[in-house]
Design a protein around this ligand. Structure first.
Ligand SMILES: Cc1cc2nc3c(=O)[nH]c(=O)nc-3n(C[C@H](O)[C@H](O)[C@H](O)COP(=O)(O)O)c2cc1C
Length: 351
């Protein structure tokens, strides 16, 4: 049995954090001291993993794989000799009418476990855990009643998982999900290298924003800056990981995803893409080279998102535009979600 446990989490809306806390509580009952630490604050060099210490990585699933901060974190972990480790990927449990359905972690556990294995860790187990779905820029948040179903289910499952590991057995869950994840690997790949940068560039604060700065102060990646002279407004940089913390915890529910803007922008970007490709790419003979052409298209699309976002940010500083964009987005009417008893302080400091 381990003497200590270090559970590192990345968590936007508290699901992965809470799952790590439940795992820690179970170990505590068995006389083991568990720390639940935010990845962005972890000082790995001070606490090198050892045989007596169970290392845990807790990450949400983004696009059927682990989040980029969790992958980067695993890559930075020190090399060890046979230190025990577990990986947990929280995924989107959702209700379809009266029916609760599981999410899909895909390659999330697999990729982190593989990195740790190559670093010398002894992987004791991994599993996907269903917690309420949290992609608030895209869909509505779950009701408390439905969320409670997933809290109870995951608390039971993580407790059983940790019990198994603590009693010296190994547990690997989710084979159908790995297979699906491997089949969808190109989506995960495109998301990690490309799409996650674009998602930040549709967020804005509407006319209800009080410039309190809570979103910027609590962004785990320092991706939000408060910009402006008279009244400062949040501006999302390319560092954003779409963890959804800002939109989930905004006290005024003022943070929105600009759906009408994104439709117009995509129409311009992808409508013009054909013309630009034939006028610019073809004359430069880029189209002969698949890699050059792809890189050009990525740079071109990101460039458009960057410029477009500056225009959106500028316009939404004026109340009529802020009102217009906020009344042509679904997030205005969507219910918001974060894990019910996780505060911003919990997420920032860990346990
Ligand atoms: C950008 C984004 C992509 C997501 N992709 C997936 C996915 O592919 N599969 C899945 O089951 N859940 C997906 N989710 C849902 C989250 O993984 C899930 O709600 C998780 O419990 C959130 O944990 P957190 O509160 O610790 O961030 C996604 C969420 C976001 C914001």
């Amino acid at each position: 049995m381990f003497k200590t446990a270090s559970f590192y989490y990345m968590s936007g809306t508290g699901n992965s954090f809470k799952t790590a806390v439940w795992a820690g509580e179970k170990l505590k009952e068995r006389g083991c001291k568990a720390s639940v630490i935010p990845m962005e604050k972890a000082a790995l060099k001070n606490t090198p993993p050892s045989a007596d210490n169970l290392t845990g990585i807790f990450t949400p699933t983004h696009a059927f794989t682990a989040t980029w901060p969790a992958i980067k974190f695993a890559l930075k972990m020190p090399r060890v000799k046979k230190a025990p480790a577990v990986v947990i990927a929280c995924r989107a449990g959702a209700y379809y009418g009266p029916l609760p359905l599981p999410g899909m972690e895909g390659t999330a556990c697999l990729i982190i476990a593989l990195i740790l294995l190559l670093k010398g860790y002894d992987i004791r187990g991994f599993a996907g855990m269903d917690m309420p779905t949290n992609w608030l820029a895209v869909h509505w948040g779950m009701t408390e009643k439905h969320a409670q179903y997933f809290y109870d289910k995951t608390k039971r499952e993580i407790t059983a998982f940790i019990d198994t590991v603590a009693s010296g057995r190994r547990i690997f869950k989710g084979i159908p999900s790995w297979i699906m994840g491997l089949a969808l690997i190109q989506i995960s790949f495109m998301y990690v290298i490309f799409a996650r940068f674009m998602l930040a560039k549709i967020m804005f604060a509407d006319e209800k924003c009080t410039s309190c700065g809570i979103c910027a102060a609590n962004c785990p990646y320092g991706a939000i800056i408060m910009k402006g002279n008279k009244s400062k407004k949040p501006y999302w940089t390319f560092k954003c990981e779409s963890c959804e913390r800002c939109i989930a915890y905004c006290p005024e529910k003022s943070i929105q995803a600009a759906h009408s803007y994104i439709i117009i922008l995509c129409w311009i970007v992808f409508g013009l893409a054909g013309a630009v490709t034939s006028q610019v790419v073809l004359p430069l003979h880029m189209s002969d080279n698949y890699i050059t052409a792809t890189l050009f298209q990525i740079a071109y699309t990101l460039g458009f998102f960057y410029i477009g976002y500056h225009i959106l940010f500028f316009l939404t500083r004026f109340k009529p535009f802020a009102w217009l964009f906020s009344h042509t987005t679904f997030t205005k009417i969507y219910r918001r979600y974060h894990q019910s008893d996780v505060t911003l302080r919990d997420l920032k400091d860990g346990k």
